[in-house]
Design a protein around this ligand. Structure first.
Ligand SMILES: C[S@@+](CC[C@H](N)C(=O)[O-])C[C@H]1O[C@@H](n2cnc3c(N)ncnc32)[C@H](O)[C@@H]1O
Ligand SMILES: [Zn+2]
Length: 293
């Protein structure tokens, strides 16, 4: 069935048109300065906090909660705002190709999301929204990311969906407690400034018992690539340089620093019922847990 003919899509568009119930309307926002409930201003040009007076402007359709970041988040921002990510994306495409194609590869992660219509999803590190078309059209989505360029590209994918985008950090989400049915975070968790804090934020934002689905490449991916098994140091270095060329020196150094990160331990410290699984020929992982009561 063509997406345009999908009746669920019509429902989603009706929700957006009515503007009464979808995420991105008044009921989900939280002020990152003081933690109080924030509200979208009448004209939709800013998010305002009646408690401390903070105002977060809407620029090009994106709510700007935090414009400047530091440490790892700044390395990520510079990379995803710059020219290297579109080139590096070749490796994502290549990985999917080796794993039975895009639909099959993405489904390894997305199948852990709950089923149902009209759910509210928080996408942390939404990037350019490449996953949006794979989600049910009736879902409302709030996407948070540190990269203006990625969020601008994401806007191009929104179509008639109920999606609101935020320039902000995973570690300090501008959303209220228990306001989402589920949370998704793909391709960023390993290098957040503070993955545990980010996970606590996701757990706070999701209703108790709601699913939190995290996926990224395994932290020690470069050690596991096939060329390391050849045992020829010259060839190793050649292929490693080929893979990391489009990552740039700062991102590559960051990847090296977190090779021993224990993602499961972080998950178990924050979430209930943690399930961890290697995917994409053990090049990636998906970790699924529920928000504690
Ligand atoms: C590989 S992309 C993944 C985008 C999308 N989830 C996908 O799977 O295609 C990683 C994204 O994480 C964002 N990011 C990195 N650190 C972040 C942080 N601390 N908070 C929010 N977004 C972050 C980057 O800007 C980038 O858009
Ligand atoms: Zn406030």
């Amino acid at each position: 069935m063509n997406d345009q003919d999908d009746p669920r899509r019509e429902d989603a568009m009706a929700t957006v048109a009515e503007g009464a119930t979808g995420v991105g309307r008044d009921e989900v926002w939280r002020c990152v300065a003081c933690g109080a409930d924030a509200r979208m201003a009448e004209g939709g040009d800013a998010l305002r906090c009646p408690s401390c007076g903070a105002s977060y402007p809407v620029e090009d359709g994106v709510i700007v909660v935090r414009g400047e970041v530091d440490a790892n988040n700044e390395v990520a921002r510079a990379f995803y705002d710059g020219p290297l990510w579109p080139k590096f994306r070749f490796w994502e495409w290549y990985t999917f190709l080796c794993n039975g194609g895009e639909r099959r590869s993405r489904d390894k992660v997305l199948r852990h999301l709950p089923a149902g219509e009209n759910l509210r999803l928080l996408d942390v590190a939404v990037g350019d929204g490449v996953y949006l078309p794979w989600l049910p059209p009736s879902w409302s989505v709030v996407g948070v990311d540190v990269s203006r360029v990625q969020l601008r590209n994401c806007r191009g994918r929104v179509g008639g969906r109920d999606v609101r985008l935020v320039l902000g950090e995973a570690e300090d989400l501008p959303v209220r407690d228990r306001s989402f049915d589920a949370c998704l975070s793909i391709g960023a968790f390993n290098y957040f400034n503070d993955p545990e804090k980010a996970l606590r934020e996701m757990a706070r934002a999701v209703k108790p018992g709601g699913k939190i689905v995290i996926s990224d490449e395994v932290p020690n991916l470069t050690d596991r690539l096939w060329f390391h098994k050849i045992g020829l140091p010259g060839l190793d270095r050649f292929f490693e340089r080929l893979v990391t060329k489009n990552l740039g020196p700062e991102f590559t150094a960051m990847v090296e620093r977190y090779k021993d990160m224990d993602v499961q331990a972080i998950g178990r410290g924050v979430l209930a019922d943690v399930h961890y699984e290697l995917i994409w020929m053990k090049m990636g992982y998906v970790m699924v847990g529920t928000a504690p009561a």
